[in-house]
Design a protein around this ligand. Structure first.
Ligand code: SF4
Ligand code: SF4
Length: 369
């Protein structure tokens, strides 16, 4: 096994947002929780990788974070290779996210138990806990949790989108992931805290149908609640006394999220944040003024404005220019900084999907001979 060398690299671009301006005050029980919980005696702890994969497919089959890939996919991709590093990713996925801090504050027993179990099944002697250097309460809590266990804490300056595995693995280990590949392809497994928490709690109580969601409603205190996976977003909001009808609803953050219809969208395992606000008066976009801000902000060193042009012109540019889109991590920073209000991120997302579709089709053709 290659020795692990930790190096903190500064990312290209990225923005420092500081700590979120709110704190989670309580961890309310989900609406359908049983009043008295009893340990489920029929649940057995997995002892190895296949058993862990089976349990994950049962507990949280999809991704539990907006940017960390599903653990079940990473384990399948790892096959029988040994993971040289496990990273528990406690950096906020979006600037307004406090989920890792809240899980540490209120549910650390499940979070730590789940991470330990995964490390044991993947035969990994260490779990690196990556957290925000400026979040001192979470840092102190993890110093206590790490005592006598296999956790090693590594703090980073949280410049958005530091939590994305592409940026995280490069900052921590110098490993550059290929575009659209999983960290497990380089024998690194990135753990989302909600996966660890869900596993730890399932093994204790056998409950596996809810996940924590942060809710932001314009003009009200932000809050955190457990939502049932599969429940309609509108029904979940109504259980919190929130009428979603006349508001814009944005899933998973204002920077990189998607606008949804809450009546037609269900809570998924990767639903982290729901934001509601009165419909905004959108100012129309104007022509690019060639300021270069989008280029400076892109954390993976792309040229968003040339990708926008490539997407608009389609066949007029060399293919190589458009292939760059595959490396986009969909952070939304280019749109955020653009003074011309150009929707670069959405356009590049579409271009990326096309390029990935073409690559998959080419691979299928090659496999068919
Ligand atoms: S959305 Fe893509 S192109 Fe835009 S800044 Fe982020 S990584 Fe770069
Ligand atoms: S930030 Fe907007 S205006 Fe500036 S170069 Fe990029 S696309 Fe053009």
């Amino acid at each position: 096994m290659r020795p692990l060398k930790l190096i903190s690299r500064t990312m290209v671009g990225g923005l420092y947002f500081g700590r979120p301006a709110w704190r989670v005050m309580e961890w309310p029980e989900p609406p359908d929780a049983t009043a008295t919980e009893e340990k489920n005696p029929e649940i057995s702890r997995p002892e190895n990788r296949p058993q862990l994969g089976d349990l994950l497919r049962r507990v949280c089959p999809g991704s539990t974070g907006s940017c960390t890939p599903a653990l079940v996919r990473q384990i399948a991709d790892l096959a029988d290779r040994r993971a040289r590093l496990l990273i528990l990713n406690l950096l906020p996925a979006q600037p307004e996210s406090l989920l890792p801090a809240a899980l540490t504050q209120f549910q650390s027993q499940y979070l730590a138990a789940g991470a330990e179990l995964i490390a044991r099944c993947l035969d990994s002697p260490r779990v690196m806990v990556a957290l925000d250097r400026h979040d001192r309460p979470t840092w102190r809590a993890w110093r206590r949790l790490a005592d006598g266990r296999r956790f090693r804490i590594h703090t980073l300056v949280n410049r958005y989108p530091q939590a994305h595995p592409v940026i995280l693995t490069r900052c921590l280990t110098g490993t550059v992931l290929s575009p659209a590949s999983l960290p497990s392809g380089r024998d690194i497994v990135v753990l989302d805290p909600v996966t660890c928490w869900a596993l730890g709690r399932f093994l204790r109580w056998g409950r596996a149908t809810t996940r924590p969601v942060q809710v932001f409603v314009s003009g009200r205190e932000p809050r955190l609640a457990e939502a049932r996976v599969g429940q309609r977003v509108a029904d979940f909001l109504r259980t919190l006394g929130i009428a979603p009808d006349t508001q814009e609803c944005i899933l998973n953050g204002m920077l990189a999220g998607e606008w949804i219809d809450p009546e037609r969208t269900a809570i998924r395992w990767d639903t982290e944040l729901i934001s509601l606000r009165p419909p905004a008066a959108h100012e129309p976009a104007v022509d690019c003024i060639r300021c270069g801000w989008c280029v400076g902000a892109c954390p993976v060193g792309l040229n968003p404005v040339s990708l926008l042009a490539a997407a608009r012109i389609h066949d007029g540019l060399p293919v190589g220019d458009r292939r760059e889109a595959v490396a986009c991590i969909d952070c939304g920073l280019c749109s955020y900084v653009c003074p011309s209000r150009l929707d670069l991120a959405a356009t590049i997302r579409t271009l990326r999907a096309k390029q990935l579709g073409m690559a998959a089709a080419a691979a299928e053709l090659a496999a068919a001979g």
